[in-house]
Design a protein around this ligand. Structure first.
Ligand code: SF4
Length: 191
């Protein structure tokens, strides 16, 4: 079974052991066939590494607020699947900053997971790593989000919901004022 194979994955064991956090892989495989909503994010953080639940942190609180869903809906595997760019916490560097998601995870697992889930009705793509992988777009996030009407139907690009991005959100009101209302309506329609 795909989830069991992913849970047993240790491809990045040496890489993670060499980080400041010296942690072991703990893949967070939270997806199911036929979910109408797909959340494609970056990688689990330290807290999610402990809990094993995607976005089980303050960023998740903000994301649930943006989506207009409660925790029980958010973690309902008949409704929402998660596909982070890397399925494990990548660790911190010596300054305590998040390391980037290892590209080998995407190359190893993503095509299988996407096929397993099937086409979603609504796709939320969060942060620059996922945007590059899923839309092939690079460059300033503000410019990509300003272009939101050009994305395929049901696809929404989001900044990372980290509270560190509060200043960015204030400077770029397009996301909150224009994108969020349309995104919430699309989410409500398929729940
Ligand atoms: S990040 Fe991906 S490839 Fe690396 S150990 Fe975790 S599941 Fe495996």
């Amino acid at each position: 079974m795909l989830k069991d194979e992913i849970s047993a994955c240790r491809v990045c064991a040496e890489r993670f052991a060499a980080t400041h956090t010296r942690h072991a892989p703990r893949p967070v495989a939270w997806f199911a066939p036929g979910t109408p909503i797909l959340i494609a994010g970056q990688a689990p953080g330290a807290r999610v590494h402990e809990s094993g639940k995607p976005f089980d942190d303050r960023s998740g609180d903000r994301l649930r607020d943006w989506m207009g869903v409660d925790r029980s809906t958010f973690y309902d595997l008949s409704k929402i699947s998660f596909l982070p760019t890397a399925l494990c916490f990548p660790g911190y560097d010596g300054r305590g900053s998040d390391l980037p998601p290892p590209p080998i995870c995407y190359d190893t697992w993503h095509a299988q997971i996407i096929e397993h889930i099937g086409p979603p009705k609504v796709r939320l793509i969060i942060g620059t790593y996922a945007i590059k992988r899923h839309l092939g777009r690079t460059g300033a996030l503000s410019e990509i989000i300003a272009d939101w009407r050009s994305f395929p139907d049901g696809t929404f690009v989001l900044p990372h919901p980290s509270w560190r991005n509060t200043g960015w959100l204030k400077k770029h009101p397009t996301f909150v004022e224009e994108v969020l209302p349309v995104m919430r309506t699309a989410i409500r329609a398929c729940l």
